[in-house]
Design a protein around this ligand. Structure first.
Ligand SMILES: NC(=O)c1ccc[n+]([C@@H]2O[C@H](COP(=O)([O-])OP(=O)(O)OC[C@H]3O[C@@H](n4cnc5c(N)ncnc54)[C@H](O)[C@@H]3O)[C@@H](O)[C@H]2O)c1
Length: 345
């Protein structure tokens, strides 16, 4: 397949690009290279004849049209987005622009291209979204594909809007779309402003490890390489018009998660005292969703997908990756806002 991947220089997009090229697909990576994007994330495939890079903004219709015309993809995997909830609290405008207007622009460019190609039935527009569109759970229950949307942050509201647009382009214009909604990812190349890298890097720096509120918010963690595999299955074999929830069935409170990371670091890079002594509770994020949990029954039954690692195995690999790739994360630490408390309201 020839895949047009948007956001392929980001955390999850780069995992998709690396997996797809390894699997023998041709990949065009369309990325604006915002503060969150980095071509070092795809250095492994940069010289492959199967790989091409196009620096462009998904809101720039002329640029997106030219990329469709030049590369004639069989499918689009749309990941480009503003993705950090804390940044969406401080500055929602970029989230509205990229996540809503950018998705609209991608849909219109895809619809025009698909029409010009004679509306091939095999074409796919795969929209990659988040479980945060479903809102916040109490202690029981899980998000299924039928859970009503109830986004609560500017980030999740902008992603929910983009999901609605994608479904509307299918119902109204017949565009062959597939949607996926995934839980929190972690793993190699995770941008250093997100929770797990923050914990690892603060611990190594001997600095306070910040935990929002009481640390009792629950997330369902998924190793990014497992997510990339699920996404390739969904674009190749997913049913048109259908959405699939993707989750690791690995729920943990933020405090449990941080304690696990500290324990792994105590083994791998012992300090003078246990790293958990650096844990510091800080003021909570406004509107902080209490619990997310995904029921992945549909993608398991219909596409045969399962995560390959448990949370403990994935965290061990992730901590090791950060210990082995200091050059990668140090180079990103000067980027705008990284390492600062954002989104405190
Ligand atoms: N990180 C998670 O845990 C998670 C979970 C579920 C779903 N998602 C979704 O997966 C997708 C990827 O998330 P991520 O964590 O890899 O994000 P990221 O912030 O690491 O990467 C986003 C990428 O998109 C690019 N980009 C941003 N604005 C752009 C624009 N206007 N035009 C072109 N490129 C642009 C950036 O340069 C960057 O390379 C997002 O759509 C996100 O909503 C993320």
């Amino acid at each position: 397949m020839k895949l047009l991947v948007t956001g392929g220089a980001g955390f999850i997009g780069s995992a998709v690009v690396r997996h797809a090229v390894r699997a023998g697909h041709s990949v065009v990576n369309l990325d604006k290279l915002t503060y969150a994007g980095s071509l070092t994330n795809v250095a492994e495939v940069a010289e492959s004849p199967l790989y091409a890079f196009e620096q462009a903004d998904i809101c720039d219709r002329a640029a997106v049209d030219a990329i469709f015309a030049a590369h004639r993809p069989d499918a689009v995997m749309h990941l480009a987005a503003e993705s950090h909830v804390d940044r969406s609290i401080d500055g929602p405008a970029a989230f509205i622009e990229t996540n809503i207007t950018g998705t609209y622009t991608m849909l219109e460019a895809a619809r025009t291209y698909w029409g010009a190609e004679g509306k091939p039935g095999a074409f796919r527009f795969h929209h990659i979204s988040t479980d945060e569109v479903f809102g916040s759970l109490g202690p029981k229950g899980m998000f299924t594909e039928d859970t009503a949307y109830d986004p609560r942050s500017p980030y999740s509201a902008s992603k929910a809007s983009s999901d609605h647009l994608v479904r509307a382009w299918h119902e109204t214009y017949g565009l062959p779309v597939v949607l996926t909604n995934c839980s929190n990812n972690y793993g190699p190349y995770h941008f250093p402003e997100k929770l797990i890298p923050v914990v690892i890097l603060k611990a190594l720096a001997g600095a306070p490890i910040p935990i929002y509120g009481k640390g009792d918010n629950i997330r369902d963690w998924l190793y990014v390489e497992d997510h990339a595999e699920a996404l390739l299955l969904a674009v190749e074999r997913g049913t048109v018009g259908r959405s699939y929830n993707i989750g690791g069935e690995n729920e943990a409170t933020n405090l449990e998660l941080v304690q696990k990371i500290c324990a792994i670091l105590d083994e791998k890079r012992p300090g003078n005292a246990p790293y958990s002594e650096q844990i510091t509770f800080v003021a909570d994020r406004p509107g902080h969703d209490q619990r997310y949990a995904i029921d992945p029954a549909r993608i398991r039954a219909e596409l045969g997908w399962r995560p390959s690692v448990t949370l403990d195995e994935g965290l061990e690999k992730t901590v090791q990756w950060f210990l082995d790739h200091e050059d990668w994360w140090r180079a990103l630490q000067d980027r705008d806002g990284v390492g600062k408390r954002l989104g405190s309201g």
